[in-house]
Design a binder for this molecule. Sequence first.
Ligand code: TRP
Length: 339
Amino acid sequence: MVNKKQKKRILTGDRPTGPLHIGHYVGSLANRVKLQEEHECFFIIADYQVLTDHLSETAKISQNIKEIVLDYLAVGLDPQKSAFFVQSRIPEIAELTMYFSMLVTVPRLQRNPTVKEEMAAAKIGKKELSYGFLGYPVSQAADILSIRANLIPVGEDQLAHIEQTREIARAFNRLFGEVFPVPEPLLGSFPRLPGIDGQKMSKSRNNAIYLKDSPQEVTKKVMQAYTDPTRIRATDPGHLEGNVVFAYLDAFCQDKEELKTLKEKYKKGKIGDVEVKKRLVQILNEFLTPIREKRQHFEARPKLVGEILKTGIDETRQEAKETLSLVRKAMHFDYKDIL
Ligand code: TRP
């Protein structure tokens, strides 16, 4: 299927579980800022998905949605070019989820490796697994296909869901006729940034550097960051593998000559951890200053932020309504002879 505007349509997004961190920036947001120049972009704030493993914390979702919109605006996602929307505010997604749920078998859902990992992380066993948690990849397929998106920029962990989405699109088209494009994942090229402790960067591990962190917070976190445990004195030769400080420098140091020199010196034991960390703090704060300023600009204008979200929801709903009218027609669910 070809979109009206002949541009590729993109959908990706985030769960509103907290503010976004520098790992999100490197792995995804930087790429989105570029993609919005050439594509029609939709960014979903997936509030239904928070219910899968944070059902007792729904009171926080509203604030988290606000934080994410502010982070989007702060890094330069542009509401003039892209639509930001909240998943639960598009009722067509819920309707589509219902139809799609009939096209997926339970054993197929039980094989999804990302769902399994998330169950383990949330300490949810097979016996406690809710129908909604098991089935959320179906709802994610509805997110994507409700606007008939073509390209889905995601990290590795989401590939299993995109594969399920593709299967659902094909199954629907086979049964009812061509309604959906079969979307493609678009994998980011930058490796995932570790948290300051060397583990996966995440809010729950308390090891993230947030885009909204103050210069003092950034300094404190970088000074605690994991480097090379084999290095006792600054004159010992240092290792770069698994070294969080150098992982961050790889991502944020624009001056590649300087980076090379720092690495050489570190390997030879000619520069101490503290000195490298101080330079990293400078580099990170230089990167974050304009982002913080832009965030403050919008933070001071909560009404504007609300308007941006409402506009994005309206734009998305318009597309989703069109899709659902095609879906109902294809399924003979429009009942046009009686209603
Ligand atoms: N599951 C994604 C995450 O946890 C968020 C998401 C929801 C999403 N719907 C989507 C991503 C549709 C891409 C396309 O980060």
